[in-house]
Write a protein that binds this ligand. Structure first.
Ligand code: ADP
Ligand code: MG
Length: 335
């Protein structure tokens, strides 16, 4: 049974970046105003996420690594159908903890009690007891996949794994400018946002001055509200920043797009953005941080929990709306 759980964990936790995503989401859920992410060797040796969120009591810490859902994968045959429904609801820490050495240190915020340290290894509590620690939560994941060698072998180079981690942390940092987010790799600080700024300030911290000064405001609202900047379609608004066409990169990885606050990728959105630049980029890509708002039922949520690619009921309309929003912003700058 343990083996099956471990195989399942390996299927759901794809790589260090998937674990980082879960930890950062938990910190945001805990109302953190500061999240420090530290990784070593692309996250394969160590992932540490420290936050100043609401923290946990000893009982909360115990519950946090417990297996919550009852409909668990029972056999290897269930894996195929299982992984798509297992998702991560209430399961992330337990799942990650079954394929790593996990340490949780936590202390409730606002003097709400003493600190607790829990050491969890391969899905078992090794120790739990009081500890001195700051308010908030620090979670360490060491030696991911140490007990699933086949999965560990799937990992790419340190540089590639770190690139995935960087993408994940960048996406959350840009979407949450009011949270101070830092990322450190092998002792070197990669970026740190202040948590006191707007989107432009977050872009400055993450991508640097050259990019930040090249960003153009996008602020388009749907037809049903005031000016009706957007053609008909499911989107109610498209806001954010896109770069001047001269500030571009050869890779699409600097397109950060969000639907209802959730980081996603979508070919319709990508094509809409690229269409707005009308060939000015050649085969290159802009820097983009755009937030799309749509009523929930306009987004097909039936995607694999691990995947970020989203399809809309009407992809064509979304493409037209995004294109119009970005085109409008570029036009205002004579582009
Ligand atoms: P989920 O987030 O779906 O509830 P997780 O396994 O990610 O499941 O986390 C389990 C529980 O542990 C959370 O519901 C939360 O109560 C607690 N928890 C995890 N990380 C933190 C954190 N950084 N700060 C406070 N509580 C946390
Ligand atoms: Mg979670």
């Amino acid at each position: 049974e343990d083996t099956v759980a471990r195989i399942a964990a390996g299927e759901v936790v794809e790589r260090p970046a998937s674990a980082v995503k879960e930890l950062v989401e938990n910190s945001l859920d805990a109302d953190a105003t500061r999240i420090d992410v530290t990784v070593e060797a692309g996250g394969t040796d160590l992932i540490r996420v420290a936050d100043d969120g609401h923290g946990m009591s000893e009982a909360d810490v115990r519950a946090a690594v417990r297996q919550h859902t009852t409909s668990k994968i029972e056999s290897v045959e269930d894996l195929d159908s299982g992984v798509s429904t297992l998702g991560f609801r209430g399961e992330a820490l337990h799942t990650i903890g079954s394929v790593s050495r996990l340490t949780v240190q936590s202390r409730p915020r606002n003097g709400g009690g003493a600190g607790t340290e829990l050491v969890y290894e391969g899905g078992e509590i090794v120790s739990i007891g009081p500890t001195g620690c700051p308010e908030g939560t620090t979670i360490e994941i060491a030696d991911l996949f140490y007990n699933t060698p086949a999965r560990r072998k799937f990992l790419k180079t340190t540089a590639t794994e770190f690139a995935h981690v960087n993408r994940v942390v960048t996406r959350y940092a840009l979407a949450n400018p009011s949270v101070a987010v830092s990322l450190t790799h092998d002792g070197r600080e990669v970026f740190a946002t202040t948590g006191q700024g707007d989107l432009q300030a977050a872009v400055l911290s993450v991508y640097g001055r050259e990019v930040a000064t090249a960003m153009i405001d996008v602020d388009a609202e749907g037809e049903q509200t005031n000016d009706g900047d957007l053609p008909p379609g499911p989107l109610e608004s498209v806001t954010g920043l896109v770069s001047h066409p001269e500030t571009n990169r050869s890779s699409p990885e600097y397109l950060s797009t969000y639907v209802n606050g959730r980081a996603i990728t979508s070919s319709a959105i990508r094509e809409g953005i690229m269409g707005a630049y009308d060939g000015q980029l050649g085969d290159r890509y802009p820097f983009v941080v755009c937030f799309l708002d749509a009523p929930g039922d306009a987004v097909d949520v039936n995607v694999h929990p691990r995947k970020r690619e989203v399809r809309f009921d009407d992809d064509d309309a979304v493409r037209r709306q995004v294109e119009a929003a970005v085109e409008g912003a570029l036009l205002e700058h004579g582009l």
